[in-house]
Each structure stands twice: as C-alpha cells, then as structure tokens.
Ligand binder design. Structure first.
Ligand code: R5P
Length: 331
C-alpha cells in the first residue's frame, strides 16, 4: 500500500496568504494611493456594464488562498457601487480567496440607521446583511455617521477615525489654534468635536439644529461663545452643504472671526459646490474617502482642500494582514 505524500510541516507553515488589493470603480485614486503606501500593485480586475445595465466583474489574476481587500466607497452612483462590491466579493469567494475584506471608506447608508418614520427600511442594516450574504469576512471603514452602525455587522468591523488628520490640518492652517473654538453643527457631532477640541486645546460650542428636508436645515441656537474667535467646524460629512451654510451663518452672526471647516467625507451633492463657493469661510477640507473631481475643486472658488487618509487605510490593511492590532488607529 502506498503512503500518501505529505509536505513537511515547515513547508506548510511557510505558506502565507498573499496580500491582494483590488478596487471597484468608485474611488480608484484612493485605492492606488493605499497600494502605493503598502508597496503592492493594485490588483487587476475589470468591470463591464452591459447595455441592459447589468454589471459583470472579472478578476484577471489568481486569488487562490489570497488575503483579499476590495476598496469600494459608496459614492454616486451609490447603487452601482454597492452592486459592484457585492459582485467582487462573490467572485473572489468563488475564485477561492482565503479571506475577503470589504474596504468601504464611506459607508453612505449609515445615515439610514433607524426607523424614524413609518414604513421605511433601515437601509444601513440591509446593506450590511447583503455584504455579508455576498461573502465579506471583514469590513474596514471610516467615520460611520453613527458609531453604532458598526453593530449592523456580525463579521468583524475595523472602524477608523479621521480625527487626527482633521486636527493636524487645523493646527497647520492656524498658528494659534488653541485660541479657537471647535463648533459642532449638531448634537450628533458633539463627541467628535469635543475630542478634536481636546487635541487642539481649544474651546467647544454646539448648534441645536432641526432638519426640515434632505436639503434644508434650521438652526435654533448656538450653545457656547464664538465671538472674535477662529471657529473650526467639524462634521462627519458634507452632502448638500445645507447644514454647513446654516452653521457658518449662525457662527458669523454670533461674531466669529475666521471660519475653517474640516469633515471626513466630502460628498458634495446637488447644490453643495455652488453653496460653498458663496460661503464666508477661509477653507473647507475633506478627506479622500470620496473622490472629488477637479471640476468640483475649481467650482468652489479655491475653497476646497482634500486631505489624504490613504496612509491610515494602508496601516490598517497591513496590520489586519499580519494579525497585528488595529486599535491604535481608531483614535
Ligand atoms: C447630519 O446629521 C450630518 O452630520 C451632516 O451634517 C449631514 O449629513 C450633512 O448633510 P448636508 O450637507 O446635506 O446638510
């Protein structure tokens, strides 16, 4: 009877899943920057849209046993971005990837996190279910609209924060940042604002606001003192810039000296760019979790700046791959 050949134990132990990073169509510049930081090439894949609007995804290299990271942000067209990511996860699993991590720098459906009117879907949870059903083993994301959205996933979630990047940006922009006031545009952003205020050693203020519709908000009061101060407005995202316009206007009415804005996700939908172009602020900065095309930067009257979070994502991916702790990157 012949004895089946087994490789020696040390050969088995030396096999390590290769680190493979791929990207959907939504933010390839960020995916490329992450790869540059990691020192690996961006993986080869192709997505085609048929005339009937269906998508097909094809990997052009082997993924077998690979530790696969797929970078896809949820920016316009959001439904295509989600569908493409699900197809990429499913195709990677079918191609025998060892582990698949969905890297979602901006998880837009986090804004749909509760049933705040009758007969609606909690879409943030539904999209989480879909990604897991497609086969995602882990999620890596940044600044969820509400941190508890993390709990919609049963698989591990590494939730990065851009607060260090925003704070450092304010410090570089203003020499006496400790004399300023960090202004939270609503109650939901007060925790983040307070952490950034501590980093800058500055004061803290908050606006009590009411949302009237998708594009309109109404501020009710400014709690704190911004008179003759440099004001730093921080938020998770700018979408239509409705919140931003009202926040800046009330800060100005209350006597703010200069106004700087920094948010994690610069989504800039609908009237946002036009609104920012006419805004009485020194600068509006956002991170590259969402790709901001040159045309939008030009349209905003030289007021837009883009901050790079690729090194944060690259560090997180490196640590997830090697099994090291990621928690130092959370704060
Ligand atoms: C609201 O709760 C968020 O923190 C942002 O302020 C909001 O999503 C921004 O949306 P928009 O720019 O459309 O006012």
């Amino acid at each position: 009877m012949s004895v089946p050949h087994r490789p020696p134990t040390n050969l088995l132990q030396s096999r390590r899943s290769p680190l493979l990073v791929f990207a959907g169509q939504s933010n390839r510049p960020l995916a490329q920057a992450i790869c540059d930081n990691l020192g690996v090439p961006l993986g080869r894949s192709e997505t085609v849209k048929f005339t009937n609007d269906n998508l097909i995804v094809h990997y052009e290299q082997s993924l077998r046993e690979g530790d696969v990271f797929i970078v896809q942000t949820f920016s316009t067209p959001v439904s295509d971005a989600i569908m493409e990511l699900m197809l990429m996860i499913d195709a990677a699993k079918s191609a025998s990837a060892g582990r698949v991590t969905a890297v979602i720098p901006y998880y837009s459906y986090a804004r749909s996190d509760k049933k705040d009117s009758p007969r609606i879907s909690i879409a943030g949870r539904l999209v989480a279910d879909l990604l897991q059903e497609a086969g995602a083993d882990r999620i890596l994301t940044m600044t969820l609209h509400a941190p508890q959205v993390h709990g919609f996933f049963k698989v591990p979630v590494d939730h990065l924060s851009a607060d260090v990047v925003l704070s450092e940006h304010f410090k570089k922009s203003v020499t006496d940042s400790h004399d300023g006031v960090v202004l939270a545009p609503d109650a939901g952003s007060i925790k983040r604002a307070s952490q950034i205020a501590r980093r800058l050693d500055s004061g803290l203020a908050m606006i009590d606001k009411e949302r009237l519709s998708d594009t309109e908000v109404r501020p009710r009061a400014l709690i704190g003192d911004v008179r003759d101060k440099t004001v730093f407005i921080v938020d998770d995202e700018i979408s239509t810039a409705g919140s931003l316009v009202e926040t800046v206007n009330i800060a100005r009415e209350m006597g703010a000296k200069d106004v700087y804005v920094a948010v994690t996700h610069g989504v800039y939908t609908g009237p946002a760019i036009q609104r920012i172009a006419g805004l009485d602020v020194t600068q509006v900065a956002s991170c590259n979790t969402v790709h901001v095309p040159e045309s939008k930067i030009e349209g905003a009257n030289g007021r837009l700046a883009v901050l790079d979070v690729a090194p944060l994502f690259a560090n997180a991916i490196r640590n997830i791959h090697t099994g090291d702790s990621v928690s130092t990157l959370f704060s």
